[in-house]
Design a protein around this ligand. Structure first.
Ligand SMILES: [Zn+2]
Length: 260
């Protein structure tokens, strides 16, 4: 399921392939993916070229001149840029045909993604009440402390709530807590100052490192929890036992020994 690092790579892919080419046609193959009327999408991008592309959290925004295309990748969204119709992905939901004869498909087998249009990324972020992007340079430890201070409830839900911090899902919430030795059910108001600082720094390091690794086709480091997500598995950090539970409605893995 795409989280911030994966959407960052989609954004780079979009920038590499789909900028500065005129859109000849918008081919909606399955209107269930649309968050806007088909004629509105068509009117926003047909005959235009995408000038730049940005990411906020798990959201991609492409500037089409007057309006912005917005993509959310849901559970199984992906992008494919190709020349030959025979290379069209099986689950292509919307295809942008460019005047150079090439195509960009938004594919999404499970249809939890969204393709729509917004007046600007800032408007979208405000209207949908999205929190700050955790790897943004403006997202300081001071800002994170301000966000955490009034919160109650368990720490995993804090990390996953898109209105608090935008971009982290189940996988990287678990990874952050694993690497900071914090139990996913710890109440936020019982975290020490050092723990809050550690969560902040580790979360950003993980997201940035995963982007760098994935950008060069590498897999996760062996000491990450992500490669040990199985009940009874041995913890790669302390030799304890990996446990599975449900927190915030999501299957959660943690080390029963070193996460407190
Ligand atoms: Zn452990």
């Amino acid at each position: 399921m795409p989280e911030l690092p994966e959407v960052e790579l989609f954004t780079r892919y979009f920038a590499e392939h789909a900028l500065r080419q005129k859109v000849a046609r918008v081919d909606v193959r399955d209107a269930r993916i649309l968050g806007v009327r088909e004629d509105v999408l068509d009117g926003a991008v047909r005959g235009r070229a995408f000038k730049r592309v940005l990411r906020h959290g798990k959201h991609l925004f492409a500037d089409a001149g007057k309006e912005w295309l917005h993509l959310h990748f849901g559970m199984s969204g992906d992008l494919a840029y190709y020349s030959e119709v025979s290379d069209q992905p099986r689950f292509a939901r919307v295809i942008f045909d460019f005047t150079n004869g090439k195509h960009l498909a938004f594919e999404d087998m499970r249809l939890f993604g969204v393709v729509d249009v917004t007046s600007s990324p800032d408007d979208y972020i405000r209207e949908h009440n999205l929190g700050p992007d955790p790897i943004d340079d403006a997202f300081t430890l001071k800002r994170f402390r301000e966000i955490v201070a009034p919160r109650r409830g368990v720490v995993k839900s804090l990390l996953m709530s898109q209105d608090i911090i935008a971009g982290i899902g189940n996988l990287y919430a678990d990874e952050t807590l694993f690497q900071t030795s914090v139990h996913p059910r710890r109440p936020v108001d019982q975290l020490s100052r050092d723990e809050v600082a550690a969560i902040y720094a580790t979360m950003r390091k993980i997201l940035r490192d995963v982007i760098v690794r994935k950008a060069r086709g590498a897999s996760y480091p062996p000491r990450y929890l992500v490669t040990h997500r199985e009940e009874g598995e041995r913890c790669p950090r302390c030799g304890g036992t990996i446990r599975r539970t449900v927190v915030f409605g999501r299957t959660t893995y943690f080390c029963g020994k070193h996460q407190r």
